[in-house]
Design a protein around this ligand. Structure first.
Ligand SMILES: *Cc1c(COP(=O)(O)O)cnc(C)c1O
Length: 372
């Protein structure tokens, strides 16, 4: 939480439950991915909202995120997608009922040394992401290890897709799926009744062949369409964005023709203008990259960022709004994300001006003071 920030992040938990139901209709068993503070929407708040909807399993990143979730009173199964890193992580697995993704022989070895009580694990395979996970050809050594360590119990097998949100590269997703299902078969053939989990948000919405026993949904849960800007955008159109962010107007003043504004005078008024100084800057995680590129939403009207985004301030052009009966005053709020129609700012739009993806927009802006 950024203590000095004047931003207000509003999280609509009903939008998240709406998205969860939608994903369940398509994908059946959905594991909410609530790593990194639920993509900035609040770890415990999101878990608590989805538990009554049937989310009996949630996925966090590090083990200590799972400890925090467990200690908040969440009673379901917790999966750690990144697995144990240090001694406190290993020690927390059994007592807190956290199922770690294990994807390296060294981690498996450490588990054998550090943990003596029974512990459930998820075996993570690399089927094409080339990041974390065992190679499929390591299966014999894994099976050998498990036979020698019966208290380490593989209950799940998983892999992660690299390009599921790119319709024109579906072939690679199909390849990953084929490799994964082969691994699942071999594990089951060796006597392990593992739950198989492959699909992320994009695969739930767009790649039916990737649906297995459970699917892991992150970004779609928060209402960003993984297929925005592609020919498959229609499959995510019913998702509702759950985060809105606003900031206060600190000052409204004239900017005369020929005057430059903000550091570096990177914007110079071509005519007489009116500008509002908004209390948001890069210290609040509103990227300096939005200088002269971003837009804000004042009561449904889109207003462009003029000049450089500063540490705690950003200027927007509000010329002409008074003539439309929408005079901007000190203390009014301006939306950086969401806000009233027709100027409502979608996560994908802000991400595009920012030259990033909605995931990063949510994680960063979500660090500001939140309410529900
Ligand atoms: C973050 C993550 C997900 C969720 O991905 P989305 O694209 O947000 O749905 C699923 N699985 C793993 C392993 C992840 O790290």
């Amino acid at each position: 939480m950024i203590a000095y920030s004047k931003l207000q992040v509003r999280v609509d938990l009903e939008a998240i439950t709406h998205n969860y139901r939608l994903l369940k209709e398509i994908g059946g068993r959905i594991i909410p991915v609530i790593k990194s503070d639920a993509y900035g929407h609040g770890l415990c708040e999101v878990a608590r909202a989805l538990e009554p909807e049937g989310a009996d399993t949630c996925a966090v990143g590090y083990v200590h995120e799972g400890v925090q979730l467990r200690d908040s009173g969440y009673a379901g199964r917790i999966i750690s997608l990144l697995g144990p890193v240090d001694a406190p992580d290993f020690a927390a697995l059994g007592p807190r009922g956290i199922v770690p993704f294990i994807g390296h022989a060294d981690t498996l070895g450490a588990l054998g040394r550090e943990v003596s009580d029974p512990v459930d694990i998820a075996l993570k395979f690399d089927t094409g992401m080339s990041r974390l996970g065992f190679r499929p050809e390591q299966l014999p050594e894994i099976l050998d290890f498990c036979a020698r360590h019966p208290h380490i119990r593989p209950v799940m097998v998983a892999s992660h897709l690299a390009v599921a949100d790119e319709p024109q590269r579906s072939g690679l997703t199909t390849e990953q799926c084929t490799v994964f299902l082969e691994v699942v078969d071999q594990l089951r053939g060796a006597g392990y009744a593992v739950e198989a989990s492959l699909a992320n948000s994009a695969a739930i919405l767009g790649h039916e062949q990737c649906l297995c026993d459970s699917q892991r949904a992150g970004i779609a849960l928060y209402g960003a369409n993984p297929f925005e800007g592609t020919e498959w955008r229609h499959v995510g159109e019913a998702l509702l964005p759950a985060m809105e962010v606003s900031a206060p107007v600190l000052s409204v003043h004239a900017l005369d023709k020929g005057q430059g504004i903000s550091y570096g005078h990177t914007y110079v008024a071509e005519e007489d203008m009116l500008v509002a100084v908004v209390g948001v800057g890069y210290a609040d995680c509103y990227s300096r990259g939005l200088s002269n590129r971003g837009w804000m939403n004042f009561r449904g009207h889109r207003v462009p960022v003029v000049g450089r985004v500063c540490m705690q301030m950003t200027c927007v052009d509000v010329t002409g709004l008074a003539g439309k009966g929408e005079a901007v005053r000190v203390g009014d709020v301006v939306h950086l994300l969401g806000g009233p129609a027709p100027g409502r700012i979608l996560p994908g739009e802000l991400a595009e001006w920012w030259e990033t993806i909605p995931y990063e927009v949510f994680c960063l802006l979500g660090m500001n003071p939140r309410s529900y």
